[in-house]
Design a protein around this ligand. Structure first.
Ligand SMILES: Nc1nc2c(ncn2[C@@H]2O[C@H](COP(=O)(O)OP(=O)(O)O)[C@@H](O)[C@H]2O)c(=O)[nH]1
Ligand SMILES: [Mg+2]
Length: 361
């Protein structure tokens, strides 16, 4: 940097001089009024002292280095902004793709799946809503919830027991609550509907299980017949000819054992126009549930009962079962108490449980 002082008559004159000597880049860094020293100065007009500065001109090699640095910097800036643009494009495309993949009803899909509704079924329900009602944004959460409830309700097949039903048989995996449910229904029909109820048990594999129902029959004074082979069935039915309602208990068959299921089917074939309930637990995994339903198909069950609703917080399996078969659900059970913990299947209430709108059984 070059610094120079000028003592001039006035600022304009100074500026001209500075520009001429130091060039147009020069800047004034200070200016003040001064008098010449001595008596002469006292009478002479006041002068102006101006300090001006200018950057010394760069050496040729420095100038080249600076140009090179500027060029590199510019290049880098260019590359950076190109990269930024590219990243933005990628992010936008990814976001768009996510929305397309997940769909506008994604969080409702999550809610259904969290409640154990089979993903394919959840997708199907939401696609229907999407087709009917355009986009999610147009609908409030309350409205979407109502539409979902309606869709779930429609898919849940429920039906009362037909008035004509006389023989009710209970089949299903071991320990789901067949005997308990039978006892609940027997007590209800006898107590609340004044029906003459009889029982048949073909629970020939587990002696204890026969005893379970026999004890119950003894307490209630209901007649019970134990059937050992399909051939014995007509005789048992004959002995219960005066009964308005006959409930048939079966041994918990391992549905993976197809011979046992075939045997069960031959017992069922001996029953005149029976209502055959496949009893399933609400705690069953969906995959197992599909397998159980397929394996018991031979038995020709025509209604479903879900037990142990009190033992789970998610109820999607009820919907999965109901929509994978055209068969209706008739009862659900909600605890071990005989005869209290049993309800007629109510689509409205079950839909609320399945969606998690209602938490408790
Ligand atoms: N928590 C609960 N337990 C149940 C329900 N239904 C049956 N149980 C219990 O499940 C167990 C097996 O029941 P049981 O009727 O013997 O099953 P089965 O082998 O299918 O005849 C027993 O301890 C029952 O008290 C229900 O709805 N909720
Ligand atoms: Mg049993």
């Amino acid at each position: 940097m070059k610094i120079k002082k000028y003592c001039v008559e006035n600022v304009q004159e100074g500026m001209l001089q500075i520009k001429k000597e130091l060039g147009p880049e020069a800047v004034i860094i200070d200016s003040r009024k001064v008098r010449e020293k001595g008596l002469r100065g006292f009478f002479a007009p006041v002068k102006v002292e101006i300090t001006a500065a200018v950057d010394s001109p760069p050496s040729p090699w420095q100038a080249t280095a600076t140009r090179e640095r500027d060029f590199q910097e510019q290049k880098l800036q260019g590359e950076l902004s190109e990269l930024k643009q590219l990243v933005n494009q990628l992010v936008n495309r990814q976001q768009k793709q996510n929305i397309e993949e997940k769909g506008p009803f994604y969080r409702w899909m999550q809610r259904l799946i969290e409640n154990d509704v089979a993903p394919a079924l959840a997708q199907q329900i939401l696609t229907e809503i999407h087709e009917d009602f355009a986009v999610e944004n147009a609908l409030s959460d309350e409205v979407i919830e109502l539409i979902l409830l309606k869709k779930v309700r429609e898919r849940l097949r429920v039906a009362d027991l037909p008035d004509t039903a006389r023989i009710l048989a209970f089949v299903g995996p071991t320990g789901v609550g067949k005997t308990t449910t039978l006892a609940k229904l027997a007590a209800r029909f006898a107590l609340y509907h004044n029906k003459q109820v009889g029982m048949i048990t073909i629970d020939t594999y587990r002696i204890g299980a026969v005893e379970q129902l026999r004890t119950y029959a003894d307490i209630t004074g209901m007649p019970i017949e134990v059937v050992m082979t399909p051939k014995d069935m007509p005789r048992a039915l004959e002995r219960l000819a005066d009964r308005e309602l006959i409930l048939v208990d079966t041994a918990g068959r391992n549905s993976k054992n197809s011979m046992q299921v075939s045997e069960l089917a031959s017992f069922m074939a001996g029953l005149p126009t029976p209502e055959i309930f496949l009893v399933l637990s609400a705690t069953t995994k969906t995959k197992d549930l599909y397998r159980i339903m397929a394996n018991f198909a031979k038995v020709n069950f025509n209604k479903l009962i879900f037990t142990k609703l009190d033992e789970t917080d998610t109820f999607g399996v009820l919907l999965n079962a109901s929509s994978s078969t055209s068969l209706p659900m008739t009862y659900v059970t909600t605890g071990q108490n005989v005869p209290d913990d049993l309800e007629g299947a109510n689509a409205e209430r079950l839909a609320k449980l399945i969606l998690g709108v209602e938490q408790h059984v």
